[in-house]
Design a protein around this ligand. Structure first.
Ligand SMILES: [Zn+2]
Length: 273
């Protein structure tokens, strides 16, 4: 089930050292095949996404590092925030749509941002330790991550850029497979704008690590990777989609990705100049 170089932590979490200090923690048995990333500096570590919460990811994290860990979800969808409450140090992007969810020091995002009702999951309220402004430089000691707002899949989606290591953590913005732009709150205009804004920030050799994978031809799993070309293909396919005036259920991006499109999102995009 796992590619060479990927090992089991238990019978649920798959661990891959993808770059020095960057450890992918995958959940290939989960139907969404989630991949979370433990990114380590010299002083602290950041866990980008906490999985769907079917198993407690904090056990794997504790076994992988002794550094203090901050959990940061890429967006509030249930399959990225399932174990958020297992962490005491929680950071959330400082976006008005998320700030709305804070009351008396406890944070619960809007139902339509969490969408746990899709799979019978329920949110456990958390205390947010830091609200990170977009553009923040998160200093882990010897490693700086830049917080980028990348809406499209959802309005609260963020990605992380490690310029020095030349890695972008794209979460659900791009990944191999069908990109979810058909769900409530998906925004095709924002998707295109985010893709265009990312392109100048990354190079041909930037590694793009994604939050959903799929098994290879031999049914083996590893952390999903894409490249700048995939972001460029996404931008050009969205541009073609807008110009086409068609309303397809799915739209090809390239041989690795396609875009799922809702009637509603497409109509509202066509109505905007
Ligand atoms: Zn998502």
């Amino acid at each position: 089930m796992l590619c060479e170089g990927v090992r089991w932590f238990d019978d649920w979490f798959a661990i891959e050292d993808v770059a020095p200090g960057v450890i992918a923690i995958g959940e290939p048995r989960f139907h969404q095949n989630n991949w979370n990333y433990l990114i380590c500096g010299t002083r602290r570590a950041l866990l980008f996404d906490t999985g769907p919460g079917v198993r407690d990811i904090s056990n794997a994290v504790r076994a992988l590092t002794n550094l203090p860990v901050t959990a940061l979800p890429s967006h509030m969808h249930f399959d990225h925030t399932g174990c958020l409450s297992r962490f005491t140090n929680i950071a959330v992007p400082d976006l008005p749509i998320l700030r709305e969810g804070e009351k008396d020091g406890w944070f619960t995002p809007r139902d339509d941002l969490y969408v746990g009702y899709w799979e019978g999951m329920s949110w456990t309220p958390v205390r947010v330790n830091s609200w990170l402004p977009i553009g923040s430089k998160i200093d882990l000691g010897g490693r700086v991550l830049e917080l980028l707002h990348t809406p499209g899949h959802s309005p609260d989606s963020v990605s992380l850029l490690d310029r020095e290591a030349n890695i972008m953590f794209a979460a659900d913005f791009v990944y191999p497979g069908k990109l979810y732009a058909q769900i409530r709150n998906s925004d095709l205009k924002a998707y295109l704008e985010s893709a265009e804004a990312l392109l100048p920030l990354i190079g041909e050799d930037t590694a793009i690590l994604c939050a959903h994978g799929k098994p290879d031809a031999n049914r083996l799993n590893r952390a999903p990777r894409l490249a700048r070309k995939d972001v460029a293909d996404l931008a050009s396919s969205l541009t073609r989609l807008k110009a086409s005036g068609e309303k397809p259920a799915a739209w090809p991006v390239n041989e690795r990705m396609s875009l799922l499109v809702s009637e509603e999102a497409f109509a509202s995009w066509q109505a905007t100049p």
